[in-house]
Write a protein that binds this ligand. Sequence first.
Ligand code: NAD
Ligand code: UDP
Ligand code: UDP
Length: 350
Amino acid sequence: GKQQQQQQHIGHMSTGAKIPLGLKRKALRVVVTGGAGFVGSHLVDKLIARGDSVIVVDNFFTGRKENVMHHLGNPRFELIRHDVVEPLLLEVDQIYHLACPASPVHYKFNPVKTIISSSFHACLLMTNVVGTLNMLGLAKRVGARFLLTSTSEVYGDPLQHPQKEEYWGNVNPIGVRSCYDEGKRTAETLAMDYHRGELVNVRIARIFNTYGPRMCIDDGRVVSNFVAQALRKEPMTIYGDGNQTRSFQYVSDLVNGLMRLMESEHVGPFNLGNPGEFTMLELAEIVKEVIDPDAKIEFRENTEDDPHKRKPDISKAKDLLGWEPKIALRDGLPRMVSDFRKRLFGDHKE
Ligand code: NAD
Ligand code: UDP
Ligand code: UDP
């Protein structure tokens, strides 16, 4: 059965794949969980362009079909609506595991302490724990390579700056964002256990704040909030005094890093982020420059356990993967702005 399937698959690949002659790399069957989301859909674009066959597994919780619609009809592309909390049988070579309802609006803000919100937190944890376990089980059964997209949130409110991969972090286990932070920490634990105990070929990426086209417009992240607010002529909302820092990475840099890591022989974890560090006040100023010099700022109370600063030390990825980000915030932001303009107002400018 398995061998036959593999043969059929190779036959199919030889008709669909566009690999330049002389390039020895074999076309692969790749699963991207969460592939209809922001990062996932950009990764899918790059994998398809490289000549691979891609299966997107997504339950559309925070992702959108529109993000991958342009591949429908391509024989090398398949879209499966599936919740990774349920087991899944597929025959593949690589698994990029991105599925995770990552929008902060769902896990950071809990204005009315409703049951819906706590059950959402449970769902986030289940996705990170049971979903990751299932995808590791799948990787083990078929001998696939498995890449986990973890997060800089595993460092919590860091007491080391910038953060190196050796740092174990400063995470509150019982706070409002713990379901996300601890969920990802557990996912890393599971990946390492399957690596050591079951010899699964795993890769771990710790992703720092990433922005770009196709980001959810109303998911509450700071770059999407400021850009949407400035475009809608609403004041940009700064939480707290605005002196907290983040490092913002353009999505194509991240996708290159994820693929480099998957193809490398290194398990990680690897920080993937842009070391350029900005306060939220500085970010608001840059958004003003790019969109509207008259944009206003409004201060709001900050959320609990908000990390004061965050900046990746990327020397490990530079040394071992030969990777570093190329696109500075001032260059990446305009590309995101034109995408948001189209989605908010249609093709014509406001
Ligand atoms: P996203 O919300 O746009 O994408 C996540 C995708 O996973 C969505 O399409 C969603 O529908 C899907 N999904 C959620 N739960 C699922 C489930 N149970 N079964 C199947 N699919 C499910 O978020 P993103 O920004 O593209 O993030 C992708 C990954 O990168 C996530 O794992 C996230 O934690 C990680 N990450 C992102 C950032 C960032 O700044 N964007 C930073 C750190 C880590
Ligand atoms: N699993 C899956 N697809 C597979 C193989 C396993 O979804 O192709 C799930 C399986 O349902 C289980 C989890 O992955 O819940 C872990 O699998 P493993 O084989 O490691 O553990 P076991 O099933 O032996 O408990
Ligand atoms: N933030 C802000 N205004 C907003 C949304 C977020 O000032 O409208 C702040 C938030 O308090 C945090 C930073 O921006 O200090 C980054 O928040 P985000 O949710 O984007 O990412 P994370 O906190 O997960 O790094």
